[in-house]
Design a protein around this ligand. Structure first.
Ligand code: UDP
Ligand code: MG
Length: 308
């Protein structure tokens, strides 16, 4: 019998864990597969770890990787993908926004020969207006400037075949935007639509700060365009300044008039200064990321592996 692994990153999800386990178990028991549910505890400070321990004692399908601290959703997912052994691996959130009830559909696509089964969120009724607007604008921008296509409404709810997971595991960059990375892998891809539910319990674990960081990771991981923009704007400004210089010479030597232009001067200094700072900022952002990557630190540390 084939084995399905389910990878679930969780960070302070004490109020969702049991319900999640119940709903996934109901679905998986109705199918004819071996399965394992692999929770990755991303440094929870509530009772999640204890509950996970209890679950693993009650149910031998459950195992847990307790990370040494909070590393973030994408790294927690990576830890799960690195450690499960199933013939197909499904990644999903632990707050039941990704309905376990569509797992059979994902599996049947895989059985039909697809290597990656992505999901797309169709309804966004349950998502705050702010998140809706920022997310759709962000994906538009990202698609405009990046080399891979990144679907709006995409999430990290997907199935990957063993072959794809093994391929994905070769990608070891630290700044990860997994939904974009998976799109660069190739293989046969199918898409399933689903309606995102409301969180079963608790609040979103993505602070604005985490979201911004994640958004920047997405842009810098798939596009060098911001670097080029700074370069283009620099060239353009250079040309303008040259024209300005000619004007200054003309006024001084041909018209022999006193140069009054303090306004022009101030404005151009400010403007150029601004452009330069933006350019340096963009450079800094990429250099910072290069620095992070070349350190080659481990992506995460596992403090404990829980399994009956
Ligand atoms: N999560 C995580 N580490 C984090 C933040 C979130 O493992 O630092 C988990 C979280 O427990 C949940 C999933 O990632 O299972 C998605 O997070 P959340 O539901 O808070 O994000 P949203 O649905 O609001 O985008
Ligand atoms: Mg959620």
């Amino acid at each position: 019998m084939k084995t399905i692994s389910i990878v679930v990153p969780m960070f302070n999800e004490e109020s969702n864990l049991r319900e999640f386990h119940k709903r996934v178990t109901t679905v998986m028991e109705s199918l004819n597969y071996n399965y394992e549910i692999c929770f990755v505890d991303d440094g929870s400070s509530d009772n999640s770890t204890t509950i996970l321990q209890e679950l693993s004692l009650e149910d031998s399908h459950v195992q847990g990787f307790i990370l040494s601290r909070n590393y973030g959703h994408q790294i927690a997912l990576t830890c799960g993908l690195d450690n499960v052994t199933g013939d197909a691996v499904i990644t999903m959130d632990g707050d039941l926004q990704h309905p376990p009830e569509i797992i059979p559909e994902l599996i049947s696509k895989w059985e039909a020969g697809f290597d990656i089964v992505k999901t797309i969120r169709t309804s966004t009724d349950n998502i705050s207006f702010f998140k809706k607007i920022t997310s759709s604008t962000y994906y538009k921008l990202l698609n405009m400037i990046s080399t891979v296509e990144i679907t709006p409404g995409g999430s990290d709810f997907r199935l990957m075949s063993r072959q794809v997971v093994d391929a994905f595991k070769l990608y070891r960059e630290r700044a990860r935007f997994i939904r974009g990375m998976v799109n660069t892998l190739g293989f046969k891809v199918a898409t399933v639509e689903f309606k995102a539910d409301e969180r079963f319990s608790g609040v979103s674990k993505f602070s604005l700060n985490k979201m911004l960081h994640f958004a920047l990771d997405g842009i810098t991981a798939f596009s060098n365009l911001p670097l080029r923009w700074a370069f283009y704007i620099g060239i353009l400004m250079g040309l303008f300044s040259f024209a300005g210089l000619i004007h200054v010479f003309y006024v001084k030597y041909v018209l022999d008039a006193a140069v009054e232009g303090w306004a022009t001067l101030t404005v151009s200094i400010l403007f150029l200064g601004g452009i330069q700072l933006v350019g340096i900022g963009v450079l800094g952002e990429y250099i910072g990321r290069i620095f992070e990557e070349v350190k080659h630190r481990p992506l995460y540390l596992v403090a404990r592996h829980i399994k009956k």
